[in-house]
Design a protein around this ligand. Structure first.
Ligand code: GDP
Length: 313
C-alpha cells in the first residue's frame, strides 16, 4: 500500500478496528474525517476532499447500518445513505487518481434462498430477503460500481462481504441494534431488574454466523495486500448457530439465569446465511476469535460504554 490511506467511516465498529490494525502493522497514520468534517452523502464535499487529499488507497467502511427492525422501519434512509456514500466515494476516488479501493458489502446481498454455505457466485441469482432489501440493493450497487470501474478503467476497486459482525464500539441500542449487542443489553438489564424471563425476537430458529470486528480487520488487510484480488470475497467465521443457542450463550456471558422466551410476532429474517470462506482462506487469512471469547469481550465493551454514558450524565 503506497501513499495516503483514507478510511471512510473510521469511527464505526469496522472502521475503528481497521485503523487499529493498520496502525499495528505500521501502515498508519491513516487519513480520516469525522461526519461533521465530511458528510459522505454530500457529493460536492466528497469531491472537494478527494481533489485536495488525493489518497492512493481508500477503504470504504462508512455505512448506515442497523439490525432487522431498523432495516424494516427505515428502508428509504438505508437505501439513500448507502447508495449516496458509495457513489460519491467511489467516483471521486477514481477521478482523483486512487488506484486501490476496498468496498465493504454484507452477507445480506445474497439471495434469501441461495444454497448454503453462500458462495460469491450466488450474487444476483434470486430474490433478496425483504427485511433488508433496501440495504442489500445499495450494497449490491456499490460492489457493482467497483467491478465496473475496475473493468473499464483498470483501477483495483474490489469488495469484501462480511458476515454478521460484532465487537468493540458496537451499537447497543435496544431496538435498532443487531442481535448480539441488542441481547447483551436486554439480558444485562433483565439481570439488574431480576426479571424472571426475557423475550428474544422471532422464533429463535434462524441460523446466523458471527465474526469479531478485529478478525474482519485482519481479513481486510489480507485483501488489500493481495496483488490481484477477486472482485468479491466473503469474510466470515465459517460456523453458524441458531439464534436461541446464541441467546443462551449471551445469557451465560452476562450471568442471567431466568427463562428465555421467543416472540414470533417479531421477524425472523432470512433462515440462514452462512458464508463459504474458501476464497479468503486461500489468501492466507483465518478467523481467530471464538464466539464465547468474543462475547465475553463484547460484554466488557458494553459495560465500559454504559459507564461512559453514566459519567457523562
Ligand atoms: P439480520 O441478520 O439482518 O437478520 O440481523 P439481526 O442481527 O438484526 O438479527 C438476527 C436474528 O436475530 C433475526 O432472526 C432476529 O429476529 C433475531 N433476534 C432475536 N432477538 C433480537 C434482538 O433483540 N435484536 C435483533 N436485532 N435481532 C434479534
Amino acid at each position: 500500500m503506497n501513499g495516503a490511506i483514507f478510511v471512510a467511516g473510521h469511527r464505526g465498529m469496522v472502521g475503528s478496528a481497521l485503523c487499529r490494525a493498520l496502525e499495528a502493522k505500521g501502515l498508519g497514520p491513516v487519513l480520516t474525517r469525522t461526519r461533521s468534517e465530511l458528510d459522505l452523502c454530500n457529493q460536492a464535499a466528497v469531491e472537494a476532499f478527494f481533489a485536495e487529499q488525493q489518497p492512493q488507497t481508500v477503504i470504504h467502511c462508512a455505512a448506515k447500518v442497523g439490525g432487522i427492525h431498523a432495516n424494516r422501519s427505515y428502508p428509504a434512509d438505508f437505501i439513500h445513505d448507502n447508495l449516496a456514500m458509495a457513489l460519491n466515494v467511489i467516483h471521486s476516488a477514481w477521478r482523483h487518481g486512487c488506484q486501490r479501493l476496498l468496498y465493504l458489502g454484507s452477507s445480506c446481498i445474497y439471495p434469501r434462498m441461495a444454497p448454503q454455505p453462500l458462495q460469491e457466485e450466488a450474487l444476483l441469482t434470486g430474490p433478496l430477503e425483504e427485511t433488508n432489501e433496501a440495504y442489500a440493493l445499495a450494497k449490491i450497487a456499490g460492489l457493482k460500481l467497483c467491478e465496473h470501474y475496475r473493468s473499464q478503467y483498470g483501477v483495483i476497486f474490489h469488495s469484501a462481504m462480511p458476515t454478521n459482525l460484532y465487537g468493540p464500539g458496537d451499537n447497543y441500542h435496544p431496538e435498532h441494534s443487531h442481535v448480539i449487542p441488542g441481547l447483551i443489553r436486554r439480558f444485562h438489564e433483565a439481570k439488574a431488574a431480576a426479571l424472571p424471563s426475557v423475550s428474544i425476537w422471532g422464533t429463535g430458529r434462524p441460523r446466523r454466523e458471527f465474526l469479531h470486528a478485529d478478525d474482519l480487520a485482519a481479513g481486510l488487510i489480507c485483501l488489500l495486500e493481495a496483488e490481484n484480488p477477486p472482485d468479491l470475497v466473503n469474510i466470515g467465521s465459517g460456523e453458524d448457530l441458531p439464534i436461541l443457542e446464541l441467546a443462551k450463550l449471551i445469557a451465560q456471558t452476562v450471568g442471567y439465569e431466568g427463562e428465555i422466551l421467543t416472540n414470533p410476532e417479531m421477524p425472523d429474517g432470512t433462515p440462514r446465511k452462512l458464508m463459504d470462506i474458501s476464497n479468503i482462506r486461500s489468501l492466507g487469512w483465518e478467523p481467530r476469535m471464538g464466539l464465547e471469547e468474543g462475547l465475553a469481550a463484547a460484554y466488557e465493551d458494553f459495560l465500559g460504554a454504559e459507564c461512559r454514558v453514566r459519567s457523562a450524565n
